[in-house]
Design a protein around this ligand. Structure first.
Ligand code: FES
Length: 162
């Protein structure tokens, strides 16, 4: 179902180049994850074509790159919403109501784990530790973190995105 071939923009080609200078050519595979991130930021998700473009740059087997991309929850292998909402449901957050926060997001957004709204505005995920446990419970919207959540703050965060 994929028709468009992925090509890095000129700006991202420069980013890729700037990144690769830090690696000896034999170690370019070490740049796989940051390169996949550049591709995802350009496209919003990672198509097979985008993963292949990355694999071509660092001269690795596209299948290996694809497997790595699938392994990390930060990568999306299909189109996703403009706002990706991750709610931490690992233990420290769970102990402070993380499950309720997640359930509230499900109700407000009418989405289940991994689903995207039909208008492509929201993707919802429950996720592992987001690295901000001291201020549990926590959720993130794209690159922004929201901590010490309660029902009121979650409603406000989601409302502000609409
Ligand atoms: Fe939720 Fe670490 S457990 S941020």
């Amino acid at each position: 179902r994929e028709t468009l071939e992925f090509k890095f923009t000129e700006e991202n080609k420069r980013r890729v180049k700037a990144l690769l200078v830090w690696y000896p050519e034999a170690e370019w595979k070490g740049a796989l994850i940051p390169l996949l991130d550049i591709a995802q930021r350009q496209q919003g998700w990672l198509s097979i074509s985008a993963v292949k473009a990355v694999a071509d740059v660092i001269k690795i087997d596209p299948m290996k790159a694809y497997e790595a991309a699938q392994f990390y929850t930060m990568f999306f292998m299909k189109p996703r919403g403009k706002y990706v909402i991750r709610v931490c449901t690992s233990t420290p957050c769970k102990l402070r109501g993380g499950d309720d926060i997640y359930a509230l997001c499900e109700t407000i957004l009418k989405l289940k784990h991994g689903e995207t709204s039909p208008d492509m505005q929201f993707t919802l995920k429950d996720d592992y530790c987001l690295g901000a446990c001291v201020n549990a419970p926590v959720l993130s919207v794209n690159d922004d973190f929201y901590e010490d959540l309660d029902e009121k703050s979650v409603k406000q965060i989601l409302e502000d995105l609409k």
